[in-house]
Design a protein around this ligand. Sequence first.
Ligand SMILES: [Zn+2]
Length: 152
Amino acid sequence: MNKDDIRLTPISNGTVLDHLPVGTALRIIEILGLEKAEDAVTVAINTESKSLGRKDLMFIEGKALTKEEIDKIGLIAENGTMNIIEKKEVKKKEKISLPKQASGLIKCVNPKCITNIESLPTKFTLTQNPLKAKCQYCEKTISGEEIFKAIQ
Ligand SMILES: [Zn+2]
């Protein structure tokens, strides 16, 4: 066992999200609606990581994430890892990356934006370093903490 393997029972079937930036796990629970999950969700916050210093980590029993859910997580936990667990074994491991586009992933923060008035699906253009999302309708640009909060 290396230092990154924490003392938690691995799940039997489901998803492990690892190497999440500290402070993102609880937001991911909200984004994925896991407060209402029927199966166990185990979360480690601010745990030690060899590569990151500190990280959040979560085990989600009985759930495979949709592409849209992975894209939403990619907006706040780029470079995290996702492990698909089947019968207690890692079936697939992949890096979480920033989505190519953010249509429907973020709510526009501009109350006068047509996407809020007519409840249209949002469309955002993303730019990196630092991450910024620009609404294609009202041209409002949001970044950092605002993106964190605006993920729907
Ligand atoms: Zn807008």
